[in-house]
Every structure is written in structure tokens, then in C-alpha cells.
Design a protein around this ligand. Structure first.
Ligand code: KMH
Ligand code: ZN
Length: 310
């Protein structure tokens, strides 16, 4: 295992965290671009991108803001860009798919089942709200179902195929592996697939070693060992422990402020790059090395930066 390459993804801002939770959460296109470049310089091979309304920090499907961010990063870095098709609460599936059809990225997230996806329990911890939409938005997530039906998955997958974009399959629960095996069986998605196991969201599996081991073993059983590459996310304070276990198991990792706002107990992360640096320190202690963007493209069999549309 020594010297083996680990792909680090930095998820820069996401849509589940709110501006009032951290003054360091990147909001404007300029901030997101800067965070992307710094994270890539720190060793992230993939940058996972959402954008926000620069006026109020609300997650946004605005394709022009996406374009500004994607082209801004591409000018300064050869990092792989993984756009989100998860979007944010209240966005239509058409809005979510637009990032793939417009930009034809090398890779994009694809959430593999409908689920509860909630952050309402965080509202009681926030004393000062920065923007008026935040409190109601956070509380509304108690009743939110993240819609990813089989029809949506089939339609998304045909758009991914037409765009030459590799799906990064987000798996939050055991049943979603069954969904994936079904869609592979029906010919909607080609092997090898790339899976990202997500632990610790309210609505998905808890962040435990057992959850991650169970998910990986279930995928091995359902898809066959050589038929997938995988990465892991531990939401919140379990980001580093889950990523460490993932690396020890031979997986890749995702860190960043989309999933976790703290560097250590009570200490807010000031830049995504700090989280990238931290996971790379742990990685090197384990005798592993971060993959370069070129190595990540090779491992994931991506089409290459010359064939994107941004
Ligand atoms: N928010 C994460 C837990 C997406 O953007 O499609 C998973 C994610 C989803 O990144
Ligand atoms: Zn995301």
C-alpha cells in the first residue's frame, strides 16, 4: 500500500451550510475561485463545485455564476472540476442537470436515491443570523425530501452519457447500492463506476467505521471488487476520522467546507486548503501520497480537460 495514490477532493462551499454558520464559507464567485485554486495548490486533485448568490449567500443554480467559477479556476489550475447536480433545496431537476448539459464537465455528482436531507436541528445553535432567508430555509429542511427517483436517475444518466461526463455516484444508505446495481443491470450506467460513500448526514447512515465498512462490502458484493473506485465523505466532525478509515481501506477522500466547517474542536476552518493540508498530513503518516490531477484522471478514466465546454 505504501506510496499508493489517494485522490483528494475539496468540496468548497456546498449548499447544506449557511453563511451564518461561518464567516469563512466562500460565497462570491471570486471567493470560490480563490478557494479552489488554493485547495488545488495544497494537493486536491478534484474540486467539487456549487455556487451561491453573491448578494445573500443562498445556494444558486445560476449558470452564469457557474461559468464564472469554472472558467476562473480553469485559467489558473488543471484540477479536475466535479460540478454538483445535487444543487440545493428547492432547485428543480432541470436546473440541477443544467451544469452537466451546459459545461460537459469531466465528472459530476449524481445522488443515487431520494432521501430526507435535513439541517433544521442546527438552527437552535445559531444566535446571529446574517441574512433573512437563512433561518426559515434551515427550518424548512425538516420537511425536505431530496428527490432522486429512478426516472430522474435514468434521465440524468442519459444526459451524463451524452455529455461524456462520468457520474460520481453519491451513496448515503445501503438501499442506494441496490439502486446502482439495478441501473447498471439495465445498462443506464457503465462499469467501472465511481462511488462516493457519504456518512453522517441527517437522513443517511451515521458516521461510524461500521457504516463505511458495510457500505464498501455491500458494493463489493453487489458490483464486484474490480468494478468500482470509491471515495468517502464524513459529514461534520467525522470528516477526518472517516477519511482516515477510507484511506486505510484503500479508498479516496473528500474534505472541504461543504461537509465540515471546523479544523478542530471549536476552531473554524479559514480556508478549504487547511482541510486539504490536514488530510494530506494524515495520508503521509499512513505511507500514502496525494494523486495529481493527471493521476486522478487516469484512475477515474476521465475524458480530460480538453473536452469540457467551459
Ligand atoms: N452534500 C454532500 C453530502 C451533491 O452536490 O450532489 C454530497 C454532495 C451532493 O456533494
Ligand atoms: Zn455537493
Amino acid at each position: 500500500m505504501s506510496g499508493q495514490k489517494v485522490i483528494v477532493t475539496a468540496a468548497l462551499t456546498g449548499s447544506a451550510h449557511f453563511p451564518s454558520m461561518s464567516p469563512y464559507l466562500p460565497i462570491t464567485p471570486e471567493q470560490i475561485i480563490k478557494e479552489g485554486i488554493k485547495s488545488a495548490e495544497a494537493g486536491a486533485a478534484i474540486l467539487h463545485i456549487h455556487v451561491r448568490n453573491p448578494e445573500n449567500g443562498m445556494p444558486s443554480p445560476d449558470i452564469d455564476i457557474f461559468r464564472t467559477v469554472l472558467t476562473g479556476i480553469k485559467k489558473a489550475s488543471d484540477a479536475v472540476i466535479c460540478v454538483s447536480t445535487g444543487g440545493g433545496m428547492g432547485m428543480s431537476t432541470e436546473q440541477r442537470a443544467c451544469t452537466v448539459t451546459t459545461f460537459k464537465p469531466e465528472i459530476a455528482s449524481l445522488n443515487f436515491g431520494s432521501m430526507n436531507f435535513s439541517v433544521f436541528h442546527v438552527a437552535e445553535k445559531i444566535r446571529d443570523w446574517k441574512y433573512p432567508w437563512e433561518r426559515l430555509g434551515m427550518l424548512a429542511s425538516e420537511d425536505y425530501i431530496f428527490p432522486n427517483t429512478f426516472k430522474t436517475l435514468r434521465e440524468f444518466l442519459s444526459l451524463f452519457a451524452a455529455s461524456g461526463t462520468k457520474p460520481e455516484v453519491e451513496i448515503y444508505d445501503l438501499g442506494m447500492i441496490n439502486n446502482l446495481a439495478f441501473m447498471i443491470g439495465r445498462g443506464h450506467i457503465k462499469l467501472p463506476v465511481h462511488i462516493q460513500f457519504v456518512t453522517g448526514t441527517l437522513g443517511g447512515v451515521p458516521s461510524t467505521v461500521n457504516s463505511l465498512v458495510t457500505l464498501v462490502n455491500a458494493a463489493r458484493e453487489a458490483l464486484g471488487e474490480g468494478n468500482f473506485t470509491w471515495s468517502a465523505i464524513g459529514a461534520g466532525r467525522f470528516q477526518m476520522p472517516i477519511c482516515t478509515v477510507a484511506m486505510a481501506m484503500g479508498g479516496h477522500v473528500r474534505v472541504g467546507m461543504e461537509d465540515n466547517l471546523y479544523l478542530s474542536k471549536g476552531v473554524l476552518v479559514r480556508s478549504n486548503a487547511e482541510l486539504v493540508e490536514k488530510i494530506i498530513r494524515i495520508m503521509r503518516e499512513l505511507g500514502l501520497e496525494p494523486a495529481s490531477p493527471a493521476e486522478a484522471r487516469d484512475i477515474l478514466r476521465l475524458k480530460g480537460l480538453a473536452r469540457v465546454n467551459y
